[in-house]
Design a protein around this ligand. Structure first.
Ligand code: B12
Length: 216
């Protein structure tokens, strides 16, 4: 994988990044490959921000560029949205956290693969996830968390699901920059992923291996 797009994203070179994306689409790279390079670039933006060489305005700029990239990608890889595999998924960014670029990418990839996704948005309290599960009957839940101090709310959601007797009826997939095996163990979720390719693999595996997954 070339790292030209990764560095254009990291250096916040908007025009260059968009031109590279257009070229990569023409050259036949997949949406997954392009998104992953952008994610790696934006990860460097985050590192520079925490080291103090980038400011909040730079985070905002990286958001703007990534949104433009996603528009290009959606335009080129758009499916007609009518094909569905009937599998229902609830997605949301957990309470206290408003990061949603990664969540929206995963939602886009899921919808393109035929999933019916209910997007609860950002800053979603555990109770709202539970309500949505009850209302829709969906039994796959995707949660996004980027702020480490919000990981506790994910645990709160898992505990709440146990309390109301729903924990065994749903599979919970947690995604976002800080998640790893330790976070999985602490929160009690079923799977974790910090990249889009692995995320889609997990959803496919859960759908394949669970007979009682809710379909339309
Ligand atoms: C862009 C950005 C912002 C944007 C967010 C815009 C938006 N609409 O999302 C803005 C400018 C608003 C922002 C605000 C803040 N941010 Co910010 N932000 C980032 C940055 C640079 C990139 C995040 C991103 O979009 N990455 C690109 C996407 C594609 O990657 P991703 O989110 O990881 O998603 C991928 C995977 O994780 C996975 N995935 C994601 N979600 C899901 C869900 C499921 C179910 C699955 C399976 C997979 C999955 O697939 C995705 C595709 O590959 C990160 C740095 C970083 N390393 O992540 C900091 C970062 C997350 N932010 C940080 C901070 C501190 C903040 C602020 C507190 C700053 C401030 N002082 O105000 C606020 C918090 C606001 C809030 N309450 O949430 C810190 C968090 C530190 C920590 N330990 O908690 C980071 C790590 C930067 C840093 N190094 O310091 N931020």
């Amino acid at each position: 994988m070339d790292d030209d797009l990764i560095s254009a994203m990291a250096n916040l070179e908007e025009e260059k990044a968009l031109a590279l994306v257009r070229n990569k689409i023409k050259a036949g790279e997949t949406a997954f490959e392009i998104v992953e390079q952008c994610r790696q670039g934006v990860e460097i933006v985050g590192k520079r921000y925490s080291e103090g060489s980038y400011y909040l305005s730079d985070l905002i700029m990286s958001e703007a560029i990534l949104k433009e990239v996603m528009e290009l990608i959606e335009h080129h890889f758009l499916t007609n949205g009518t094909e569905t595999n009937g599998i229902q998924v609830i997605m949301g960014t957990i309470e206290g956290d408003i990061h949603d670029l990664g969540k929206n990418i995963v939602i886009y990839l899921l919808r393109s693969s035929g999933y019916r996704v209910y997007d609860l948005g950002v800053d979603v309290p555990p109770e709202k996830f539970v309500e949505a599960i009850k209302e829709t009957g969906a039994n796959i839940v995707g949660i996004c968390v980027l702020l480490t101090f919000c990981i506790g709310y994910v645990k709160k959601l898992v505990d709440l699901l146990a309390e109301v007797g729903l924990r065994n009826k749903v599979k919970i997939i947690l995604g976002g920059y800080p998640v790893d095996e330790q976070v999985k163990e602490y929160t009690g979720v079923d799977f974790v992923s910090n990249n889009a390719v692995l995320a889609l693999d997990i959803f496919e595996r859960v759908a394949r291996e669970s007979d009682d997954i809710r379909r339309d």
